[in-house]
Design a protein around this ligand. Sequence first.
Ligand code: ADP
Length: 247
Amino acid sequence: AVEANAITFAYPGASRPVLRDVSLGIARGERIAIVGENGAGKTTLAKLLVGLYQPDAGSVLLDGAPLTEGRAVAIRRRIAAVFQDYASFQLTLRENVGFGDVARLRDDQALAVAAKRADLEAFVATFPDGFDTYLGRQFGDTELSGGQWQRVALARAFFRDADLLVLDEPTAALDPLAELALFERFAELVEGRTAIMISHRLGAARLADRVIVLQDGQIVEQGHHDALVDQGGVYAALFAAQAQWYR
Ligand code: ADP
């Protein structure tokens, strides 16, 4: 389980904190969606929950013990996160995906499963050297679009046998329905594992056990999609504005 206790966080040099006094408990196996407008602090909260950042005040606990910087490094294998600022390595596809679990870098079958889960399969089939194709302009001539790089990052996360998965708005490059399809795939894959999905679009929220609504660095509403829509508050208004995408 992951637990944030009254955390406050400001980026170095910023005059005001991005998150103020945020408390949140996530049970093992729970699927959470964090939603809110751009700039609300969603990504920052997720990075604090996986120990990439340390709070200025308050604490984050993982399985009851503080998630210090040292511990965050030690348990990195248990966490698979795909953030917007995902890394795209100018190496082969094998290396790009396999960095999720270097010990299995030569396991083509495992690589194929991860590629399939990330919806990369058909795309890989067009590569001249399969998994050994160099990606990017630096060494090869198979340049990928932003959306394709994101799928590669997703395959990397799937390849690692993590028990906490984070998918951060993977799809600035995708339209809402393509984004929803990717989140659906993600939700299927995480079965039984703890998952955090982040988006300013609400398609993913309906896949979650619980939706956390962030506004200006604070949690203003939380609950199941249906309950929040009935409540008629911030979430209901956001959903009404986007509903035409998901009908
Ligand atoms: P969201 O994910 O909801 O769009 P973010 O957590 O990315 O929100 O950002 C919240 C606020 O923090 C924004 O005002 C953003 O400009 C600022 N911010 C995000 N990342 C950084 C950073 N690395 N350094 C400084 N400010 C940042």
